[in-house]
Design a protein around this ligand. Structure first.
Ligand SMILES: Nc1ncnc2c1ncn2[C@@H]1O[C@H](COP(=O)(O)OP(=O)(O)OP(=O)(O)O)[C@@H](O)[C@H]1O
Ligand SMILES: [Mg+2]
Length: 295
């Protein structure tokens, strides 16, 4: 069994060696993690529907269910994955077999609950997986990570790994507090320079703007950093209806105001191109540590 230090060294090597293995992205990849502090704020809803919106813009999208505890992007998408990411990591299953194609033009890498033994994965196996993941992700235009709730290392690793993170808040004070707590960690540990905010389940645009203003001023005052506001998504009864239909909102109710907002958000992200990166620049080591830190 490899020592953790050996594993880290081997991973670093794997990341750096991406060029050597001639893993070249056909195009730059737009890569982002979707996180929150508090649970149940709509990360999975937003991730899935944002993925569908990107597909509608002609992008090839890979959605990674990084919520190993309560993985449920598959339910929202109405698919039943045969294999999980863990099958790829530990059993060497080809990622092409693990990825589930959906009728919405997006592919899903589903996860299943992990165990502590995962961290004892041999360095050689890790290196192979990292190489496979980098090479596989290079086939896509957009890479989205639907994170677990909370502010533990499984979440912060994904935030550090991706060049951009979108943090979801709601109008509830507990959610706003938790977003601030997450921002504090991102700032303290210098995890990411590119964090933006989406306020979900709002009754009005003004309500969303107020949450954004509050978070932005607190963040500016105590953390000396601003928070880019991507937009607000209205609360909609059609979200539950779509869930029961096991379809993304954008597919079941494409004219719903929440669908329109998510499409607009996708366009904004593409226009800004702020999350564009070379596939080699994604921090694969942190990505894997995010996947492995669940227990
Ligand atoms: N804009 C919305 N309008 C109405 N309901 C919504 C909206 N966004 C999310 N929901 C509902 O809120 C619930 C929580 O959403 P979701 O599972 O996406 O949250 P999450 O942040 O991924 O949760 P977890 O932290 O458990 O992963 C779901 O029932 C979802 O359908
Ligand atoms: Mg979720």
């Amino acid at each position: 069994m490899a020592e953790p230090g050996d594993q880290a060294a081997s991973l670093r090597k794997a990341t750096i060696d991406a060029d050597k293995f001639q893993i070249q992205s056909r195009r730059a990849v737009c890569c982002m993690s979707i996180a929150s502090g508090k649970g149940g704020v709509g990360k999975t809803f937003f991730s899935v529907n944002l993925a569908v919106a990107f597909a509608g813009l002609g992008k090839k999208v890979l959605l990674v269910d990084a919520d190993l505890g309560l993985a449920n992007a598959d339910i929202v998408l109405g698919v039943t994955p045969k294999f999980s990411l863990q099958d790829a990591i530990f059993k060497g299953k080809d990622l092409h077999e693990v990825a589930v194609k959906t009728e919405y033009g997006i592919d899903l890498l589903a996860a299943s609950s992990g165990s502590k033994e995962m961290v004892s994965l041999g360095g050689a196996r890790m290196e192979i997986f990292i190489r496979e993941l980098i090479s596989f992700a290079a086939e896509y235009d957009v890479l989205l990570f639907d994170c677990a709730a909370g502010i533990d290392s499984s979440v912060t690793s994904f935030i550090a790994a991706a060049p951009q993170s979108i943090i979801i808040a709601t109008t509830q004070p507990t959610s706003i507090m938790d977003v601030y707590a997450l921002m504090k960690i991102i700032n303290q540990d210098n995890l990411s320079q590119n964090v933006s905010l989406v306020v979900n389940m709002v009754d009005s645009d003004a309500q969303g703007q107020r949450v954004a203003d509050t978070l932005s001023s607190v963040s500016q005052r105590y953390l000396s950093r601003s928070m880019d506001f991507l937009g607000a998504i209205p609360v909609s009864p059609n979200v539950q209806r779509a869930l029961h239909m096991r379809k993304p909102l954008l597919s079941a109710f494409e004219n719903d105001p929440a669908s329109e907002r998510i499409r607009r958000t996708a366009r904004t992200i593409i226009q800004r191109q702020s999350a564009l990166t070379r596939i080699q620049d994604i921090d694969a080591e942190k990505l894997l540590s995010g996947l492995l830190s669940h227990s």
